[in-house]
Design a protein around this ligand. Structure first.
Ligand SMILES: CC(C)(COP(=O)(O)OP(=O)(O)OC[C@H]1O[C@@H](n2cnc3c(N)ncnc32)[C@H](O)[C@@H]1OP(=O)(O)O)[C@@H](O)C(=O)NCCC(=O)NCCS
Length: 266
């Protein structure tokens, strides 16, 4: 089955944003929004920037290239928008703290559930994943990226992933490499370690989306759910969530509703 044809099982996000102080989220749900930059009109950027915090606005001004600044703005506006869509409240009100390896975490009141979000951005596309309590990570990559895939894989992938890549036809090399790469990045982002976690200490089977740990004690594969998506013709995306019963998780993945985001910044 092609990634684009994956059936969508539960579209709780399609019921619309939360109202009356409620929440769309439960610990058995995850929400994933992506935003392609070519959908955003020139006039919309100022409105999206108005969703950011002051600190994010200052950071966005520091990018040298417009394309990097724009994807940063789109990612962080989408993050704030998704939080408000699922949980209510003003998008500018969300505050973040940064963990040991740089993973931003939402600041939540101690008495409530812990809201977890993760952002990814690449050339032309940004994505944000959200759940309650569980570790979550998302990664998006641009398929046009020129990379010496076999050489890079030998340096960072596990042996079984290198074998799969070596056996892939030339026309599928980049797609196969980035399929592994997005899954591996989603995992290291979910556990919050980023690239301080060696990427050859675990590997993926692209058919089953199961993870295998070289050291059997390192982590429990049965606690992980992985998904792959093709959010745009030139992009690949992967999602990783740690959950006590991954089969119970319902994941709603969709293009971010731009009208909703623009209304937040208006
Ligand atoms: C930082 C890292 C966690 C992800 O980096 P990345 O894949 O370049 O970037 P992504 O766009 O997917 O993720 C960046 C976002 O992840 C979040 N993040 C930062 N550190 C994080 C961590 N330790 N864990 C989880 N998320 C983290 C941040 O929100 C960041 O966005 P922001 O700076 O706009 O707030 C890390 O794995 C890294 O440095 N990767 C290098 C990527 C690389 O070399 N790619 C080559 C591909 S061929």
């Amino acid at each position: 089955m092609k990634l684009e044809d994956k059936p969508v099982t539960d579209r709780f996000l399609l019921h619309g944003p939360v109202t009356d102080g409620g929440s769309l989220m439960t610990p058995d749900r995850a929400a994933l929004w992506w935003i392609a930059l070519d959908r955003i009109a020139d006039d919309d950027w100022e409105t999206l920037e108005a969703i950011l915090s002051e600190e994010e606005r200052i950071r966005s001004e520091r990018f040298h290239f417009d394309r990097d600044r724009q994807v940063y703005v789109a990612a962080h506006a989408t993050c704030r928008g998704l939080l408000s869509y699922c949980l209510g409240g003003a998008p500018q009100s969300w505050r973040f703290s940064v963990g040991d390896h740089g993973k931003p975490e939402l600041v939540c009141p101690p008495e409530g559930p812990r809201v977890r979000v993760n952002i990814s951005h690449t050339r032309g596309l940004a994505a944000v994943a959200l759940t309650l309590d569980h570790d979550i990570g998302v990664d998006v990559e641009w398929l046009q990226r020129s990379a010496e895939t076999d050489k890079l894989a030998k340096r960072v992938f596990a042996a079984r992933e290198c074998r799969t890549l070596a056996a892939a036809p030339q026309a599928r090399k980049l797609d196969t490499f980035l399929s592994f790469w997005t899954l591996k990045e989603a995992y290291v982002k979910a556990i919050g370690k980023g690239l301080s976690q060696p990427l050859d200490a675990f590997s993926f089977d692209l058919d089953t989306l199961r993870i295998h740990f070289e050291d059997g004690q390192a982590d429990d594969p049965a606690r992980w759910r992985f998904e792959r998506y093709a959010p745009a013709p030139e992009h690949l995306m992967a999602l990783a969530i740690r959950h006590p019963d991954p089969a119970r998780l319902s994941i709603d993945a969709m293009a971010a509703p731009l009208d909703f985001l623009l209304a937040q910044g208006a």
